[in-house]
Design a protein around this ligand. Structure first.
Ligand SMILES: Cc1cc2nc3c(=O)[nH]c(=O)nc-3n(C[C@H](O)[C@H](O)[C@H](O)COP(=O)(O)OP(=O)(O)OC[C@H]3O[C@@H](n4cnc5c(N)ncnc54)[C@H](O)[C@@H]3O)c2cc1C
Length: 380
């Protein structure tokens, strides 16, 4: 075993890449071990790529807010361009979703009520039938996910960090003050181990011999349909049913539709369940004027949540958890929170308090503690 970095990170998705880069910027020697032959193969490469500021539980919203300015205008040595392209989000509610949308709109300054006719004017395939309320987040955006992820990996490598692919951790144990990780690409050890293994984070915790923490990988599917023949189609908003029955938006000249499904599954290389997709496309057809004649491509990915749907960030205080840092449960927000989450976690790993602007946004690390009291089942 020749590797003795300060920190080993398991997982090279957006979580591992962004935290690794921030730690390297602080002078730490970092090695990222990625199971697949390319980082970004799992959730990070399968997202719908939106930035929605008013989406997610409280800590997630603080991370969204902290992340936005960086994505809009990153430092020149990180990227030549910003990663956001404006695309407003229009939420629409049927009777069952009315109270939820009204409460959300009242609570969030980034949302404003929108007349139903205006929502239909902005997206003419939306059928107004049954829609009782709409709201708009004008500052929502598409994220260049691949660009962001690659920029983090480049920063990590520029600062001396390593990314080892085809290096799935198969055994993890504490030995001589270090975490020792066996992989097909060799054995690695470091005093600190970051668990950024996405859907597999629960499995990694168990492999390390720690008491289990409930993490729920939930499958979500998406499909690309041919673009409807409307002038100005590319500028349509992201349109979302507040009841999370489906959402859709233009995507590279096609129409991306997701059934917004959340099916609990074991961690795996996710694939589309044809029935779930067909049901979701049926809901989309009922809510729009589109008849789906052809699906051009489809995919699925895993959004992984703790039972309270807030991320897990912090050292494990359970017996045997010394030096084991959880960085998991990013759920459906791991891209749009990545920058702020990495700033906070890098500071935490080095014993520093919550950095600005997160401290000013009220971020409470206790709410992210991996051993915090948790509901016994996954909440909504
Ligand atoms: C359909 C869909 C739509 C989404 N839309 C959005 C969106 O619009 N906006 C947003 O912000 N988020 C969105 N998300 C969520 C976002 O994609 C995730 O929160 C984010 O990608 C999680 O990043 P990660 O690095 O934790 O996980 P991953 O990208 O899954 O990375 C984890 C990595 O760990 C590796 N790994 C696993 N086990 C081991 C091991 N034993 N050893 C070494 N490596 C291991 C895996 O190979 C993987 O590469 C969406 C997700 C899906 C599925």
């Amino acid at each position: 075993m020749s590797e003795t970095p300060d920190v080993l990170i398991l997982g090279g998705g957006i979580a591992g890449a962004s935290l690794g880069a921030e730690l390297a910027a602080d002078g730490a020697a970092v090695t990222v071990l990625e199971a697949e032959d390319q980082p970004g193969y799992h959730a990070t490469g399968r997202s719908a790529a939106h930035f929605i500021e008013c989406y997610g539980p409280p800590a997630v919203r603080a991370f969204n807010r902290a992340t936005r300015p960086f994505l809009e205008s990153p430092p020149a040595d990180f990227a030549a361009h910003g990663f956001l392209k404006g695309r407003p989000l229009v939420w629409f509610a049927y009777e069952t979703g009315r109270a939820a949308l009204e409460a959300l709109t009242a609570a969030e300054s980034c949302l404003s009520p929108l007349p139903v006719e205006e929502a239909v004017r902005r997206c003419p395939i939306l059928k107004p039938d049954g829609i009782v309320a709409c709201s708009v987040e004008e500052t929502a955006a598409d994220i260049d996910v691949a660009g962001l992820h690659q920029s983090y990996l480049a920063k990590l490598k520029r600062l001396g960090g390593r990314v080892v692919v085809k290096a799935r951790a198969q055994a993890v144990r504490r030995e001589g003050g270090c975490w020792r990780v066996e992989t097909p690409a060799g054995a690695y050890a470091a005093p600190i181990l970051v668990n950024a293994a996405g859907a597999w984070a629960g499995e990694v915790g168990r492999m390390a011999g720690l008491p289990p923490i409930a993490l729920n990988p939930l499958r979500r599917s998406a499909a690309l349909l041919p673009a409807p023949a409307y002038e100005g189609f590319e500028a349509w908003p992201l349109m979302g049913d507040i009841g999370e029955r489906f959402y859709f938006k233009p995507e590279a000249g096609k129409l991306l539709v997701s059934p917004a499904d959340e099916v609990p599954v074991a961690p795996h290389d996710a694939y589309v369940d044809d029935m779930a997709l067909a049901e979701g496309l049926h809901r989309f057809e009922e809510g729009t004027t589109v008849t789906v004649e052809r699906v051009e491509s489809s995919w699925a990915g895993l959004r992984t949540f703790a039972n309270d749907r807030q991320p897990l960030v912090g050292f494990d205080e359970a017996e045997g958890g010394e030096g084991f840092f959880w960085y998991a449960g990013q759920g459906g927000y791991g891209i749009q929170t990545s920058v702020g989450m990495a700033w906070n976690a890098a500071a935490q790993l080095q014993g520093r308090p919550v950095p600005e602007p997160l401290a000013g946004l009220g971020l409470d690390r206790a709410a992210l503690d991996p051993r915090r009291p948790m509901p016994t089942a996954l909440g909504h």
